[in-house]
Design a protein around this ligand. Structure first.
Ligand SMILES: Cc1ncc(COP(=O)(O)O)c(C=O)c1O
Length: 209
């Protein structure tokens, strides 16, 4: 069947399911009312298994990049050293954001290649937090966050993860892996329109905040 609908061949926004479009066309309800409170609760609870967490989840108005910025700006301060592990465009974005809020330490790998865990171990000394992109969409590399988080925790560093294109699509176990802050974007594996992101926050991260 011929259609004039755009055929999206990008990593997100993805084509939104008809039932989601239908839900969006329903009459408005008060955004400070009881009914909305119930919907918000349901969304937060529904997200928890996708992150693999029992921790708090905050849904924010803004795209994934806003979530990345929130996950840095709220959990580190100027004097903190943040190890930015970069092997693609979005890892680089975390580095750019870090420059505005903390003291970055860049650890770059060839784009399209995975991360050398031994190099992370060499660079972790004196680091307060690390940033890592789980699924580096720019090249399609799925990074070994579980192994990296293990090293970070051994040295008391907070683990901040961009799960924007992994949460809901890939196996993510935030609590088991020891991820402290993780972000997802609405227009990726969640199959919704862009404009929302969710940030999951561990107790350790709250303490630091
Ligand atoms: C891994 C990753 N991080 C961050 C972003 C930025 O998200 P947004 O465009 O929603 O700000 C994207 C977008 O493609 C992404 O794939």
């Amino acid at each position: 069947m011929k259609t004039n609908d755009p055929y999206l061949m990008i990593p997100g926004p993805v084509t939104v399911l008809p039932r989601v479009l239908k839900a969006m066309s329903r009459p408005l309800i008060p955004h400070r009312g009881k009914e909305f409170e119930e919907i918000l609760k349901e969304c937060v609870e529904g997200l928890k298994p996708l992150f693999g967490t029992r921790e708090d989840i905050l849904i924010l108005s803004g795209t994934g990049t806003l979530g990345m910025e929130a996950s840095i700006s709220n959990f580190v301060s100027e004097e903190d050293v943040v190890l930015n592990i970069v092997n693609g465009k979005f890892g680089e974005r975390f580095y750019e954001i870090t420059k505005r809020y903390a003291t970055p330490r860049l650890l770059e790998f060839e784009w399209g290649k995975s991360i050398d865990i031994e190099r992370v171990e060499e660079e972790i000394e004196g680091v307060d937090a690390i940033t890592i992109v789980h699924n580096e969409t720019s090249t399609g590399v799925l990074n070994p966050v579980k192994e990296i988080a293990k090293i970070a925790h051994k040295h008391g560093a907070l683990v901040i993860m961009d799960g924007i294109t992994s949460v809901g699509g890939e196996y993510v176990e935030m609590d088991k892996w020891g991820i402290d802050v993780a972000v997802v974007g609405s227009q990726k594996c969640l199959g919704c329109p862009p404009g929302l992101c969710a940030v999951a926050v561990s107790e350790r991260a709250w303490d630091k905040a």
